[in-house]
Design a protein around this ligand. Structure first.
Ligand SMILES: [Zn+2]
Length: 122
């Protein structure tokens, strides 16, 4: 049996089901963590909270996610590879953090020519 996302062979009994997909433990945890880290209602209340308090919208993020956010904010736009290098992340870790940051509407990708940059959501 193979993982639907990463294609890795899953040992018998170690498979997880998520929305009809068979996933390995790593991919399953990735999804669960991304969802848990930032649900829409948390974003909503964080948005309202920062309107009144002058905070910048990184409430509820992990230190690593804040670092990525600050890096993008500081540079205006930054390539994913630069972030990985700067913060010493693995590609997989970066994908995971980006999923959360996108979901939180903090960072998005923008294509310029054949390169993709990360920029602030707004
Ligand atoms: Zn997998």
């Amino acid at each position: 049996m193979k993982c639907h996302r990463c294609g890795r062979e899953i040992p018998e009994g170690d498979n997880y089901m998520h929305l009809g997909e068979t996933l390995c433990e790593d991919c399953y945890l990735d999804i669960r963590m991304a969802v848990k880290a930032c649900d829409p209602w948390a974003v909503h209340s964080a948005t309202r909270f920062r309107e009144g308090s002058g905070h910048k919208g990184t409430e509820g993020l992990t230190d690593l996610q804040k670092e990525i956010y600050e890096l993008v904010k500081g540079k205006g736009k930054v390539r994913k590879e630069e972030v990985i290098e700067n913060l010493n992340l693995s590609e997989q870790e970066m994908q995971r953090q980006l999923a959360t940051l996108r979901h939180c509407e903090l960072i998005k990708g923008r294509k310029e020519g054949d390169k993709v940059y990360l920029i602030l959501y707004r």
